[in-house]
Design a protein around this ligand. Sequence first.
Ligand SMILES: [Zn+2]
Length: 419
Amino acid sequence: MSGKQGYSITTWRFRLRCRHPEWLRLTQEFYNQIEKFYYELLLEHEELWSLNSQMTLRELEFLSLPGKEKRTPEVPLPWEKVPPYFRRAAANAGIAAAKSHISRGKNTPGRKAEQLNSAAVFYKGMYRDFSDSEITLKVWNTEGWQWMRCRLYGKKFPPEGQVMSPSVVFENEFLMLHVPVKEPTSDAASVKVRMKEGRNICGLQFTNGDAFAVGSVWDKDGQELAVRFFKGGSEYGHHCRRVLEKIEKSERSLGDMHTGRPNQKYWMHLKHLGEHYAHRVSREIVRFCKEHDVGVIAVPKYDKDYSRYVMGASGDWSPIHLSMRIREYLTYKAWQSGMIAIEVNAKGISSRCGKCGGAVVGVDKMTQECVCENGHRCNRYLNAARNLTKKCRGQFDGKDTDEGKMDEKPVKCPGNVGN
Ligand SMILES: [Zn+2]
C-alpha cells in the first residue's frame, strides 16, 4: 500500500440562527455592491486581464484605494470604512466573476454588468468564536459594523479537518452557513498502483427498482467476496410522489394566480429528499467497500445519448435519476476514506454472463433475472456489476479485448492533489 497523502475539500452546511437575519441580508447586499464595483473595474481595464488573481487584486486596489501614501486613487471605492477583509473577499468574488465572463468571450465594450449575487464570504477578521455550534460574525446594518453571535446546527467538524472561510447562504427561508473543510485522505495511491497491488475492486450498478444500486466485490484472483443491494428506492419514489401530489393540488387550487413561489417549500422538500437519500446510499456503499477492503470502486459509464434516454424515460424523481447525485457524493466520500471511484465503460456489461462469460439469452422483466446460454440465472443488475468489476480488472491487466477503452480518469474529485 502506498502511503501517498492527498486531501479533499468538502462543504459542511449548518443551519444558522441569529437575532437579526435582516442584517445578514444587508451585509450580503453591501458585499454584492462591492463585488460589482470590482467586477466592472476589471472589465474596464483590459491590460489587467492576463494577470493572475492575486496580482489583479493588487492592481485593482491600487486603482481604487488611497493606500498608505494617501494618493488620490483613479477610481475611488465609493464607500468609506469598509473592513479590509470584507472588501477583499468581495473584490475576489468580483474578479472571479469578471474572469469567467472574460474567458467565456462574451464581453462587448460598454456591456452592462450582470447581476452579481455571490454569497458573502467571511475572511479572517470578519468572524470570531467559531466552532461547530456557534460563530460571531461582523455584519453591516446600514448604521455601522456590528458583531453578531449566531448559533449553528449541523454535524461536527472532522477532527483532522482544516476549517476554511465560511459563507452565509440564503436558501429560501433558511439561513445557512457553508464551511469548506479540508481533510487529509489516508491513501491517495493512483488507480494503476492500486491495480498492480491487486487491491479488491467493487463494481456497482445502479437500478431503477427498490435497490438504488448493487455492488459486487472481487479480489485479484477473480473470487467474489461479497454482494450487497443498497435499498430504499421504492421508499424514495413514494416520498417524492407524495410531495409531487401536494404540488399538483396546490397548483390546481391556485389556478392562474400562482407565481411559483407558494410551492417553494415543496420543491425544497424534494431537493432535500434527494440529498438525504443520496447521502445515505453513498455512505452505505462506502461502508460496505471499507468492510471488504476495497481499493477501487468502478461505476458504469454510459454514452451521453443513452444516459439522457434512460433518465428521461424514468423521470426526475426516480431512483435511477438520483444515481447522478449518488455518484457525486460517493466520489468524495470514497476519496475521504482512501478509495478511488472510477468510471468504466459500460459497453457489454449486460450482454454477457458474469459467471461464465456466455451470452445472455433472456431477461425476465418481472423478476429482473437474466439467464445465459449455459443456464446460469442471476439478477440482471448484479450480473452487470460483476461484469463491470471484471472489466475494470481486465483493462488494467491489459487482458481486455473489448473495444471499450478504460477511462482512467478518476471521477471528478473536489480539490484533490497528487494522483
Ligand atoms: Zn453463465
